[in-house]
Design a protein around this ligand. Sequence first.
Ligand code: NI
Length: 187
Amino acid sequence: MAIREILEVPDPRLKTVSEPVEPHEFDDDLRSLVEDMFETMYAAPGIGLAAIQVGVPKRVLVIDLQEPDEDAEPVEGEDGVERYPAKNDPRTFINPVILDPAEELSTYNEGCLSVPEIYADVDRPATCTVHYQDLDGNEHTEQLEGLLATCIQHEMDHLEGILFIDHLSRLKRQMALKKLKKLRQAA
Ligand code: NI
């Protein structure tokens, strides 16, 4: 396993439309790509990553929301506050397709490892059904809601070369990019 470099705006590769994983490509290379994507995502840290974000234009997503595990014993953090430890639920989606996005929208304050330090509210369908393949090529259909529904729609945008800031007004997007530029100059 290896941590790969995450592409950041304005890298033009992030605008690539990713290609499907073909039947003969469900192999060890795909397995190590997915392992590296998880390692890269956990290290960042983030909750979702698309293959194009590590420069691979294939329709592959990894997600782990790492939500608090309320069945576990709370652990005291460095700030002295007790919190539930994160529960790991690694999910791999290959060639995902969204079938029936809900008309009802939900708003989430999104961020992206390719647009560091920038957060903005984005409206997306509150629930959706996703059809996808796993690492063995088996097909699955699943109804998603809550943060997982939001997250998979954000990640699927990456497969079309779309970033969450592309959902903002031109003015808000320019302000976000300007803020990022300033943060980089200060670093
Ligand atoms: Ni993203």
